[in-house]
Design a protein around this ligand. Structure first.
Ligand code: PLP
Length: 391
């Protein structure tokens, strides 16, 4: 029987523990692993025998999570990292070397932007930024030095949606891999590999965890690519995940389906409420039929997720008043948690962008981002309504 995603998130590759019948998998909270003999140790190091050596390289709990995520995304293999940014850095290290470049969409998480703008150019790798919501811009940005294409869709914070299938076709024609940051949609609502992407990455800190208690990153793709990434960007760079965090993420995944359905339901209701409010000039949520990305989002996503952004008519002052006045929503960065989080991208998550860069991608002073939680949506609407009266 081919199981649907709602069952896969619960079961996936998780069977009961064969030794004990435990439903919850064991946590292999160990840094190192004993060899049976000098010969076996040498063989594992040489790669002629399978086995665990050291948790920075691999660990059974981490592998379990990687396998489950690979299965959910429809990939051959996966690898887990200490954070989402470590996962993105691993893509840079694995796919590019000095003198080469890659194309990255212009709307991405502020931390990723800072890595691309301030850190990796120091090592001779130059990202080419383009507005990939128009495939012609991506085409124009292609040149000999481009070794991969990176898109985040829906994008943080403006919920810009990028055509994954069109980019996958372009990437394949150009002989370069397409890497998709699937953090906002999760495999529950969007599976880029089925649309032709080569690599998918996540900040597992967000919806995969779902409870705001872990920082982690995941990359999935072809077996050879993941093997190469483990050798170069994990074993020898060191940003490994703690097995306890992998265990928490495995636990989080079990409820991914029910959480995502509730996040999306609440976000749809809240975006509809906000779009009729007189103090708000624009709401960014692809689930609104008036949203410019509505049709594309419908085509490539099975649900619109829980992230919303909106523009306050009164600019920075009104936005600051609003986030200071909410009582049920929490003023905090990050996203994908059970709790609703509200923040101001220009001064917080996207403060790494210059004013000019922010304006070019629509991150104005009056933009507010909400990670809609799973509370009772009527309470959330009431909280926002009251806060908007004060804004
Ligand atoms: N990708 C997206 C879309 C994000 O929103 C974030 C963080 O907010 C990251 C990547 C980075 O992940 P982490 O904070 O786990 O390093």
């Amino acid at each position: 029987m081919k199981r649907r995603i709602g069952s896969e998130v619960v079961h996936g590759t998780d069977g009961v523990d064969p030794g004990t019948g435990a439903i919850s998998p064991p946590i292999y909270q160990t840094s190192t692993f004993a060899f049976k003999s000098a010969e076996q140790g040498a063989a594992i190091f040489a790669g002629t025998e399978d086995g665990y050596v050291y948790t920075r390289i691999s660990n059974p709990t981490n592998d379990r999570l990687a396998k489950k995520m690979a299965r959910l995304e429809g990939a051959e293999a996966g690898l887990v990292f200490a954070s989402g940014l470590a996962a993105i850095a691993a893509c840079v290290i694995t796919l590019t070397k000095k003198g080469e470049s890659f194309i990255a969409d212009d709307t991405i998480y502020g931390g990723t932007h800072a890595m691309f703008k301030d850190v990796i150019p120091r090592f001779g790798i130059t990202p080419i930024r383009a507005d990939c919501s128009d495939i012609n811009n991506t085409k124009k940005a292609l040149n000999e030095s481009v070794k991969w294409i990176f898109i985040e869709t829906p994008a943080n914070p403006t919920m810009k949606v990028i055509d994954i299938e069109a980019h996958a076709k372009l990437a394949a024609k150009s002989g370069v891999p397409l890497v998709v940051d699937n953090t906002f949609a999760t495999p529950f609502f969007q599976r880029p590999i089925e649309l032709g992407a080569d690599v998918v990455m996540h900040s597992a800190t967000k919806y995969i965890s779902g409870h705001g208690d872990v920082v982690g990153g995941i990359v999935v793709g072809k077996k050879d690519f993941v093997h190469k990434m483990r050798e170069s960007a994990l074993s020898h760079m060191g940003a490994c995940m703690s097995p306890f965090n992998a265990w928490l993420l495995l636990r989080g995944l079990k409820t991914l389906g029910v959480r995502m359905e509730r996040h999306a339901y609440n976000a749809q209701r809240i975006s509809e409420f906000l779009s009729t409010h007189p103090k708000i000039s624009r709401v960014y949520y692809p689930g609104l039929s008036t949203d410019p990305f509505y049709d594309l989002a419908k085509k490539q996503m099975s649900g619109m997720g829980g992230m919303i952004a909106f523009e306050m008519k009164g600019g920075l002052k009104a936005g600051a008043n609003l986030v200071n006045s909410v009582r049920l929503c929490t003023l905090a960065v990050s996203l994908g948690e059970c709790d609703t989080l509200i923040e101001h991208p220009a001064s917080m998550t996207h403060s790494t962008l210059s004013e000019e860069e922010r304006m070019a991608v629509g991150i104005t002073e009056g933009l507010v981002r909400v990670s809609v939680g799973i509370e009772d949506v009527n309470d959330l609407i009431e909280d926002l309504k009251e806060a908007l009266e004060k804004a």
